[in-house]
Design a protein around this ligand. Sequence first.
Ligand code: RB5
Length: 144
Amino acid sequence: METIAFASDHAGYSLKKALIDYLTAKGYKTIDFGTDSEESCDYPDYAHPAAKAVEDGEADFGIAMCGTGNGIQMTLNKHQNIRAALCWRPELAALAKEHNNANILVLPARFVSYDEALEIVNAYLDSKFEGGRHQRRIDKIAVK
Ligand code: RB5
């Protein structure tokens, strides 16, 4: 079964915990890079290690969240081989996999309910990258 790297700040902590429980029950292996409580913290401290785990192949993909999703997504996308997609609807998550081969799904924890988050995560998990013209576009993302 695949391994998922998780990261959040305090705003995403409870959703992260719930998703880890949900996905562990589904049989996924998870690595939790923190944070470990609702005490105020800085999302880059957790985003960078999770991004590195995905880049290094320690995890197959990642799921990350902060309050809006923006800060953690911005941080993750500083990594050359990370394509982190902020998704607040299942359709966006499916397209992030199908068209962008997103390797980290990002959720805006303060703007989605737990049930909505599950739908988004499942849409991402159930979708497949389409390759072809989308691979060509992905190959042009990196700043050389
Ligand atoms: C924390 O209050 C909040 O700023 C953070 O979770 C996130 O939304 C930043 O982008």
